[in-house]
Design a protein around this ligand. Structure first.
Ligand SMILES: [Zn+2]
Length: 219
């Protein structure tokens, strides 16, 4: 999908992965509310990711939306609609990443652990290296944790073909949710563009996810 600026950010990312600092962490002074580069980025909250640094974005350039996984949730869609229609962004970038914690559990496992299932408590404790303490209570929200589809693996496992595939599946699911949303136009004069990437936290490099492609299956 063609767009104006994302290729420039990919050039910035090559510099960043090479040890340079394209993002300038200085107070820029008074700026307009609309993002100067008309771009909105949705990325995982992982502590190893600094979105402005890795894309070479400056303060005021972009909306940065983050959650666990960089998942296109209801709230991410809400932000993207406001970003586009009210604050004039027209380019969306999705960033998932290697070693993501969302590969290491399932929604059912986490819910069972929180509610008090001893087996789930044990499994989650082993997965995270932190004693998992059940709350012993049920709750109706959040209705989903959006753990990634497929067979779970140990926390912080290095990249391999299978987990890269699982990450790509979820990037594509997010792209599909955006591309098919009635309030996020992807054709016509007010169109937004969407591109999706996997960021390698070991190398600092972005890799683009091909779309369309497989959305995945339960493994
Ligand atoms: Zn993550």
């Amino acid at each position: 999908m063609a767009n104006l600026m994302t290729d420039k950010y990919l050039d910035n990312n090559k510099q960043y992965a090479g040890g340079q600092a394209p993002h300038k962490p200085v107070y820029p002074g008074k700026q307009p509310i609309n993002p100067a580069k008309h771009v909105a980025v949705l990325a995982c909250m992982d502590a190893r990711i600094d979105v402005e640094d890795l894309l070479g974005l400056q303060t005021g350039d972009a909306h940065i939306i983050r959650n666990a996984g960089g998942v296109v949730t209801d709230d991410a869609i809400r932000c993207l609609i406001i970003s586009h229609h009210l604050l004039n962004t027209n380019e969306i970038i999705l960033i998932h990443h290697t070693r993501c914690g969302m590969l290491a559990f399932t929604d059912d496992l986490l819910k069972a652990g929180l509610e008090g299932d001893p087996a789930a408590e044990t499994l989650l404790g082993q997965a995270t290296g932190r004693a998992f303490t059940s709350c012993g209570k049920c709750a109706s929200t959040p209705s989903a944790f959006h753990a990634f589809r497929g067979a779970i693996e140990p926390l912080d496992a290095p990249r391999d073909e299978k987990n890269m595939e699982r990450l790509a599946w979820d990037v594509r699911r997010g792209m599909s949710s955006i591309l098919n949303h009635p309030w996020l136009p992807t054709s016509g004069p007010d169109a937004v563009t969407v591109r999706g990437f996997i960021y390698d936290v070991d190398t600092g490099k972005l890799e683009e996810v091909r779309y369309p492609g497989p959305m995945g299956s339960f493994g």
